[in-house]
Design a protein around this ligand. Structure first.
Ligand SMILES: *[C@@H]1O[C@H](CO)[C@@H](O)[C@H](O)[C@H]1NC(C)=O
Ligand SMILES: *[C@@H]1O[C@H](CO)[C@@H](O)[C@H](O)[C@H]1NC(C)=O
Ligand SMILES: *[C@@H]1O[C@H](CO)[C@@H](O)[C@H](O)[C@H]1NC(C)=O
Ligand SMILES: *[C@@H]1O[C@H](CO)[C@@H](O)[C@H](O)[C@H]1NC(C)=O
Ligand SMILES: *[C@@H]1O[C@H](CO)[C@@H](O)[C@H](O)[C@H]1NC(C)=O
Ligand SMILES: *[C@@H]1O[C@H](CO)[C@@H](O)[C@H](O)[C@H]1NC(C)=O
Ligand SMILES: *[C@@H]1O[C@H](CO)[C@@H](O)[C@H](O)[C@H]1NC(C)=O
Ligand SMILES: *[C@@H]1O[C@H](CO)[C@@H](O)[C@H](O)[C@H]1NC(C)=O
Length: 461
């Protein structure tokens, strides 16, 4: 019962958040804002608060042989555009998209499923390139979805488009396999949001590592630490999704002792970083170490993130002090370790941001060049926050984190692709049968709807 209740609260929260955000315009408006529903025509209606445009008979119709549009099977878990139809092909096809110059998000949406006897779920295997970058190589969508425990996949990348350049996204099936795509988003981002610019401080554990226009990025984690999930519609205008799942990446001690401070009433001042950097909800919730000084000092607040080896990663930590006790430099100073190296000898959020209520973020680039253990494909990035041992440097022996983003950086060949995951043990695959997900999916909006109506009634009374 408990998970369902939690789920209910979460969806209710999201629902209210969406209603709330709908009333005001977000801090950032993207110049390019393209949402392509592949294999669709016209404007298929969608219930995700966004309009999607079909790629059939449009200026975005891809070039290539024999690419087909097929409905997802009725049994599919995905009842929502753009997942209801796909463009599939056994030969290469290319989308050519005219864009304004600048840095962009590219989001690829996949619903691996059996679309017809010729297009079986487990038989897709393909590569995707965009501009001069390899985004995915011999990508096995079905096993990737199975390993993630879900049925849908979204992959988010960042690339820079030069003046006069048209973006070409090419899907190339591997031998004897097919390629498919359900949805493509191209959304502009503020210049220098993730790429290096004068306003953007990049610090490297090993050495200086600027992120320039000839680099592509792939988002691997984006987490509202200690808070609720944030839907694309409630982002700051870039339609980013923020997961809430930082708990599952904590080590056991941190799971046991850490606490979740929050302040829903604080007025935030975006003076240290632009308002579009992260949604306010990210800055108003966080995770810290607990109430006991001895215990605070005895453990590191530790998250463990599995990553593909042999890449550099941009790690962005979002901070905001919002507790009324923490108002000046030295109230809560701590240390940050990444990949077992010191990233900050003396971290102090007020020192960086200027005041309580001012959000700020810090960037680090970490190289993950160690070898995986045994037959594992991933290597673990340890992110550790440590309370200061010496009381004279800090009023509270504590640490805080509010949000986190981790991006993989393209290598010198312009490659971002890593290996496919192993298939999960069969036992793990059984619970996520399409019927159970479907019944949840159809039940939730009803419950949320009823609850919202009750709340509305209560607020009117
Ligand atoms: C972006 O495009 C979507 C889909 O057409 C639309 O719903 C949304 O309002 C657009 N956003 C902006 C900021 O123009
Ligand atoms: C990188 O791209 C951005 C946006 O396209 C542009 O404003 C900036 O000048 C470029 N930087 C360099 C160093 O070329
Ligand atoms: C994708 O991976 C699954 C699980 O390892 C495998 O059964 C399937 O054959 C793979 N698909 C292709 C086309 O290689
Ligand atoms: C803090 O934790 C230590 C070790 O568990 C314990 O001995 C001590 O009594 C605790 N202090 C408070 C104030 O709870
Ligand atoms: C915290 O992590 C650092 C780096 O891994 C380590 O040197 C230190 O001993 C840890 N501190 C505690 C209290 O576990
Ligand atoms: C939230 O912030 C406001 C404004 O700084 C402060 O008055 C209030 O005490 C804070 N609440 C908590 C729970 O820290
Ligand atoms: C890094 O530290 C963690 C925990 O503090 C430890 O489990 C891990 O083995 C260390 N990794 C390396 C490469 O030293
Ligand atoms: C330990 O951390 C908590 C917050 O996580 C803080 O309230 C407390 O003051 C810290 N302990 C001490 C005694 O510094």
């Amino acid at each position: 019962m408990k998970p369902i209740v939690t789920l209910l609260y979460l969806s209710l929260f999201l629902h209210i958040l969406t209603l709330f955000v709908a009333g005001q315009s977000p801090p950032y408006t993207p110049v390019d804002n393209i949402t392509l529903a592949c294999g669709n025509s016209g404007q298929p209606s969608s219930n995700d608060n966004r309009e999607w445009s079909g790629d059939i008979d449009s200026k975005f119709t891809p070039i290539g042989n024999a690419s087909e549009s097929i409905n997802a099977p009725p049994s599919s878990t995905a009842s929502q555009v753009p997942y209801t139809k796909a463009r599939l092909s056994r030969s290469k096809f290319t989308y050519t998209i005219p864009l304004s110059p600048g840095q962009k998000f590219i989001r690829l949406h996949f619903n691996p499923d059996t679309y017809s006897p010729d297009f079986q779920r487990s038989n897709s295997l393909f590569s995707v390139t965009a501009a001069s970058f390899t985004l995915l190589k011999d990508f096995n969508a079905s096993v990737t979805a199975d390993a993630s425990g879900g049925s849908l996949l979204v992959r988010e990348f960042c690339v820079n488009i030069e003046t006069g350049q048209r973006l070409e996204i090419t899907f190339t099936p591997s031998k004897d396999a097919y390629a498919f795509i359900n949805g493509i988003e191209i959304i502009s981002m503020p210049t220098g949001l993730y790429y290096t610019s004068s306003a953007n401080f990049i610090e490297t554990i090993a050495r200086s590592y600027p992120i320039e226009n000839n680099t592509a990025l792939e988002m691997v984690y984006r987490i509202n630490v200690g808070g609720a999930p944030i839907s694309p519609y409630a982002d700051t205008g870039m339609y980013r999704t923020w997961e809430a799942a930082d708990y599952i990446y904590l080590d056991d001690t941190s799971k046991e002792f850490s606490v979740l401070p929050q302040n829903n009433t604080i007025e935030l001042n975006f003076v240290a970083v632009p308002e579009y950097s992260a949604p306010e909800e990210v800055c108003k919730t966080g995770r810290s170490m607990g109430m006991n000084k001895t215990i605070n000092k005895s453990y590191n607040l530790t998250w463990v993130f599995p990553l593909d080896p042999k890449f550099y990663y941009l790690v962005r930590l979002h901070f905001c002090e919002f507790e009324s006790d923490i108002t000046k430099y030295g109230d809560r100073s701590f240390q940050i370790y990444m990949a077992n190296q010191t990233a900050e000898e003396l971290a102090d959020v007020i020192g960086w941001s200027g005041a309580n209520g001012n959000p700020v973020y810090r960037d680090y680039v970490v190289g993950m060049f160690m070898s995986p253990v045994g037959s594992q494909k991933k290597v673990n990035l340890f992110l550790e926050l440590a309370a200061l041992q010496r009381d004279s440097y800090t009023t509270y022996n504590d640490a805080i984190l509010n949000g986190l983003e981790i991006f993989k950086l393209s290598d010198s060949n312009g490659n971002l692709a890593g290996p496919n995951p192993d298939s999960p043990p069969l036992a793990q695959q059984i619970p996520k049968s399409s019927t159970t997900s479907k019944s949840h999916a159809s039940l939730l909006p009803i419950i949320v709807g009823v609850l919202s109506a009750v709340l509305l009634l209560l607020s009117v009374l």
